[in-house]
Design a protein around this ligand. Structure first.
Ligand SMILES: CC(C)(COP(=O)(O)OP(=O)(O)OC[C@H]1O[C@@H](n2cnc3c(N)ncnc32)[C@H](O)[C@@H]1OP(=O)(O)O)[C@@H](O)C(=O)NCCC(=O)NCCS
Length: 161
C-alpha cells in the first residue's frame, strides 16, 4: 500500500519496505505513548488488511497543535467502498466517548478530494482561515499548503454523523 503511487499521490513520496516498516514501528510506539493510534482495517471475509484508520498526534508544531488528528489510508483496490468512512466514524466515537477529547482535527492537501469527502461525511468542518503551510515540507513544495478540518465533541454528539 505504501509503495503504491496511487495511494501516495498526495504525499511527498512512496515508501520503501524499510520506510514502511519504520512507519509501522512509529504507529506501534504511538499506541504505547498515547494509548491510541492507527488501527489496521480488516474487511471480514475479504482481507485481513486493507489499510489503516485512526487517531494520531501530529509531531510538528502549527497554529492548531497540540491536537489529535484523525487519518486514513486504504489500498487502492478497496477504495470507494465506504471503508475509510466506517473506520473514521469508529475512530471519532473512540475519541469522544472513550478518550473524552474536546476536538479532533484532520488535514490534507487541498486537491485530495476523496480524503476531504471522508472528512465531510463524518461531520468535520473546514474553515479556510485554519489552512496552513505544513512545517515539515520546504518552502515552494507543491504539497506544502494544507486544509484543516475540525470537529468538536459537542458537534459530534448533537450531529451523530
Ligand atoms: C482517502 C481514502 C482513505 C478514502 O478511502 P475510501 O475507503 O475510498 O473512502 P470512502 O469510500 O469511505 O469515501 C470516499 C468518498 O470520496 C469520494 N471520492 C473519491 N474520489 C473522489 C474524487 N476524486 N473527487 C471527489 N470525491 C471523491 C467517494 O465518492 C466517496 O464519497 P461518497 O460516499 O459521497 O460517494 C483513500 O482514497 C486513500 O487511501 N487515499 C490515499 C491515501 C490518502 O490520501 N490518505 C489521506 C491523506 S489526508
Amino acid at each position: 500500500m505504501n509503495a503504491d503511487p496511487r495511494v501516495m499521490k498526495y504525499f511527498p513520496a512512496t515508501l520503501s519496505r524499510a520506510e514502511s516498516d519504520a512507519l509501522v514501528d512509529r504507529l506501534e510506539a504511538g499506541f504505547e505513548a498515547n494509548g491510541f493510534g492507527f488501527w489496521a482495517v480488516e474487511v471480514v471475509g475479504v482481507s485481513d488488511f486493507v489499510g489503516f484508520v485512526g487517531l494520531s498526534v501530529p509531531r510538528f508544531e502549527a497554529h492548531f497543535t497540540p491536537a489529535v488528528e484523525i487519518g486514513w489510508r486504504i489500498a487502492a483496490e478497496h477504495w470507494n467502498n465506504g471503508f475509510a468512512t466506517e473506520g473514521a466514524r469508529a475512530a471519532l466515537r473512540h475519541a469522544f466517548e472513550t478518550l473524552l477529547l474536546d476536538e479532533v482535527v484532520a488535514l490534507a492537501v487541498p486537491a485530495n478530494r476523496a480524503s476531504r469527502r471522508v472528512m465531510e461525511k463524518i461531520g468535520m468542518i473546514h474553515n479556510a482561515e485554519d489552512d496552513f503551510d505544513h512545517p515539515e515540507l520546504p518552502d515552494g513544495h507543491p504539497q506544502r499548503r494544507h486544509v484543516l478540518y475540525r470537529i468538536a465533541c459537542r458537534q459530534w454528539t448533537t450531529g451523530r454523523h
